[in-house]
Design a protein around this ligand. Structure first.
Ligand SMILES: [Zn+2]
Length: 165
């Protein structure tokens, strides 16, 4: 059973409301759900600087409407996709994931199964380019924002961050 009492006893401080802090411009960053990678620490970000969206492989494919929503609320200044070496996305394929889904949901409709958006790849650099292209070609994202979208690759061994595009 989940409880917040231990968290509150540790000293939770009230989080400022939007009416107090306003809707300040932010970067929006797509990063992998992998717990080994911490984009806040890597880019030296604070809550006030950025909206971080963590998805499997850091793909923005399932969250492009979130970009429009956040941009409407707090004008975005930059969109960044950060991928990392040794990502789980290179250890599986779309077909394996679809087979897993079908095994556990044998009655699934093929059209529904095929509409599942995945971020697997055998080439993380190529996948970074494709995900940035996805943003740049999105008709629902503000023009200046999508045109300046960038993609970075974090090497988890060396700590080096490389701009892919
Ligand atoms: Zn990953």
């Amino acid at each position: 059973m989940w409880s917040s009492s231990a968290y509150i006893e540790k000293g939770h401080k009230p989080i400022p409301l939007f009416t107090e802090i306003g809707f300040t411009p932010k970067k929006m960053i797509f990063s992998c759900i992998d717990g080994r990678v911490n984009p806040e620490e890597l880019l030296g970000l604070t809550d006030a600087d950025a909206v971080i969206v963590r998805t499997a492989s850091g793909t923005p494919a399932r969250n492009l409407s979130d970009v429009a929503a956040i941009d409407n609320l707090t004008k975005l200044t930059e969109l960044i996709v950060i991928k990392h070496t040794d990502c789980g996305a290179v250890y599986m394929t779309d077909n394996q994931i679809r087979a897993h889904i079908r095994t556990h949901n044998p009655d699934i409709d093929n059209q529904v199964l095929n509409s599942v958006v995945l971020g697997t790849t055998h080439d993380i650099v190529e996948r970074t380019r494709k995900d940035v292209e996805l943003i740049r070609n999105s008709p629902i994202i503000r023009k200046e924002l999508r045109e300046t979208a960038s993609g970075l690759l974090f090497d988890i061994t060396t700590g080096k961050l490389t701009k892919i595009m």
